[in-house]
Design a protein around this ligand. Structure first.
Ligand code: NAI
Length: 473
């Protein structure tokens, strides 16, 4: 037929959708089909309202869809058609059984491998796109090889390094593309075939090929290092608040050292998202499995520090507001785990919301992208807070579509997502409408504190000296 290569991607989520859209855009002679068991998800991809919010994505999808980019629930048919099959399904932390709370569940990946072995009628290259524990390719290979059709399956590891919110620019110009394969002639040939797809737009020197295990493990290590930087600077933010040092000044001073670098050194209420915590816990569990207790404890501390930072924030809010928020209206600005995404998985806002609810506050939540339904699904999933076990929950949490309504009459507003629009709100108007003293808690350090204090707010931020506490500033 007319296509150079046919690709099928199993899993039409935050990774499968954008990565395949960009491959389709950059490779007009490659046919790309993204499949999923969720009819709702596929219908959304085929509609005007995509299932995920990602800047630049709608334009690319509408350019390519039904030309060389397809979204379908015909998993079996598309597997059979494809030369290369990406597995891009979710790999969440196990909640039960061995390794619960730490190990990643690769059930979905194994199911995909079984499905491929069952329905394929020709040899395939199978690519792990999902983030998996090191040596998962061995399990995938064994499952695939157990077919009795005499087919050859080559398994590659091609972890995804995109960041939500900047997925399209990350995919268009990646720092690197990593492809791991068996170091056999067949394995190297399979890797070369995948290299040639990416080489349509990624410079060769940015496409790294390694052995399978290095590739699988590199993804966990990359996320662990990124999260570690956040926890490291966050630990310093607590020391700043105690001493009158300013964490932003420290980030700048430290980050100008080339060896350290300035990115990912901004202090905040803590990291969220579906990946950092899951992948570090996965790394911790791997270390434990191999008897490396010290290595496990070292990386586990990154997660402990992040939990501490989230807790510290909500505790500080209560402490500053005269040790009680019971019955007080509080506005939460931002629920997404970071700006430019609607993703709420493991969002720090949720933990702050949960803590303040326990204190009896009346919460009004505003986020430009997050629906109330998504908020509750995540709240129930991660914190077990739902309508059944928390009487009066509906009355205690109001989701607002207007940020000024969210703040009207509130004792405090807390910025928990760094959405740009929060920088340019009419704070004079907000101040007038709030109870006094009017508190601002900035969990992202994005506001203009001098200006807010001039207006009359009492401002608290992360790792920023409190002028009421330090007269010697
Ligand atoms: P997601 O939850 O958004 O999407 C996964 C999709 O797979 C869902 O739509 C689900 O219905 C589908 N699925 C699950 N089992 C299936 C099966 N057996 N057959 C067909 N479809 C199936 O997950 P997301 O965020 O796209 O993550 C996927 C993987 O990529 C994970 O391993 C994650 O760690 C990794 N990753 C995620 C990044 C992110 O920013 N979200 C970045 C880099 C890697």
């Amino acid at each position: 037929d007319e296509w150079d290569v046919k690709i099928c991607c199993i899993g039409a989520g935050y990774v499968g959708g954008p990565t395949m859209a960009v491959i389709a855009k950059k490779c007009p002679k490659v046919r790309v089909c993204v499949v999923d068991i969720s009819q709702k998800q596929i219908d959304a991809w085929n509609s005007d309202k995509l299932p995920i919010y990602e800047p630049g994505l709608p334009e690319i999808v509408s350019d390519c869809v039904n030309k060389n980019l397809f979204f379908s629930t015909d998993v079996d048919g598309e597997i059979d058609k494809a030369d290369i099959i990406f597995i891009s399904v979710n790999t969440p932390t196990k909640t039960k059984g061995i390794g619960a709370g730490r190990a990643a569940n690769i059930k979905n990946c194994e199911l995909c491998a079984r499905q491929i072995a069952k329905v394929a009628n020709s040899s395939k290259i199978v690519v792990e796109k999902s983030t998996v524990p090191v040596r998962t390719a061995q399990a995938i290979t064994r499952v695939l090889k157990s077919n009795d059709k005499g087919l050859d399956f080559q398994v590659l590891s091609n972890p995804e390094f995109l960041a939500e919110g900047t997925a399209i620019s990350d995919l268009m110009a990646p720092d690197r593309v990593l492809i791991g394969g068996h170091q056999s002639p067949e394995g190297l040939a399979a890797a070369e075939k995948l290299v040639s797809v990416y080489a349509n737009w990624v410079p060769r020197e940015r496409i790294l090929t390694t052995n399978l295990w290095s590739s699988e493990l590199s993804k966990l290590v990359a996320n662990a290092f990124l999260a570690q930087r956040v926890s490291s600077i966050n630990s310093i933010s607590a020391l700043c608040e105690a001493t009158g040092a300013d964490v932003s000044e420290i980030s700048r001073a430290v980050g100008m050292d080339d060896r350290i670098g300035k990115r990912f050194l901004q202090s905040s209420v803590g990291f969220g998202g579906s990946c950092f915590q899951k992948d570090i816990l996965n790394l911790v569990y791997l270390c434990e499995t191999f008897g490396l207790e010290e290595c496990a404890a070292y990386w586990n501390q990154v997660v402990i520090m992040n939990d501490y930072q989230k807790k510290r924030f909500s505790q500080k809010m209560v402490a500053q507001m005269f040790n009680t928020v019971t019955g007080k209206k509080i506005a939460l600005l931002g629920y997404a785990f970071k700006k430019d995404t609607g993703d709420v998985r493991e969002t720090p806002s949720m933990f702050v919301l949960r803590d303040l609810l326990e204190e009896g506050a009346r919460m009004h939540v505003y986020d430009p992208q997050v629906s109330r339904e998504d908020m509750w699904i995540e709240m129930n999933y991660t914190c077990g807070v739902n309508h059944d076990n928390t009487p009066g929950l509906d009355e205690s949490v109001i989701t607002e579509t207007d940020v000024y309504a969210a703040c009207d009459g509130a004792h405090a507003l807390a910025v928990l997502t760094e959405w740009d629009e929060f920088k340019t709100l009419d704070y004079e108007r907000i101040f007038k409408s709030m109870a006094k003293p009017a508190f601002v808690f900035d969990g992202r350090n994005i506001l203009d504190y001098a200006k807010l204090r001039d207006i009359g707010f009492e401002v608290h931020a992360i790792g920023k000296p409190d002028p009421n506490k330090f007269s010697d500033l």
